[in-house]
Design a protein around this ligand. Sequence first.
Ligand code: MN
Length: 131
Amino acid sequence: MSKILIVEDNKVNQKVMERLIKISGNECCIIEDGGEVINYLENNHVDLVLMDVQLVEYSGIDITKKIKNHFKLNLIPVIIVTASASKGDRDRIVTESGCDEYIAKPFFPTELFEKMSKFIPIDKKLFTKTV
Ligand code: MN
């Protein structure tokens, strides 16, 4: 079982993400305040971060940058989850943040599971069609 940190300020999205993580058979923790992320990661084991971009006070891009420049945390995979969906946005966010993956909202659960599977063990049945 992997531990996933969800950084998300929207309550509805929090519920959806939490539910999907449960379906994937993993456990999660939710942080709303971007300012707490680094401290949390320094003190807790996390296998994967799902990072919203527009948080109340912080930008998920800046927090991801901090993770990727942190000597102890930089190997933790970060998937940015954002409503900024154009190709230009995507390229800018990936380059600027140094994130490992990117997913645009709204997404199909299969898409999320497939991207998560690049970094943690996920049952393939959750994102491939069975014959
Ligand atoms: Mn948000």
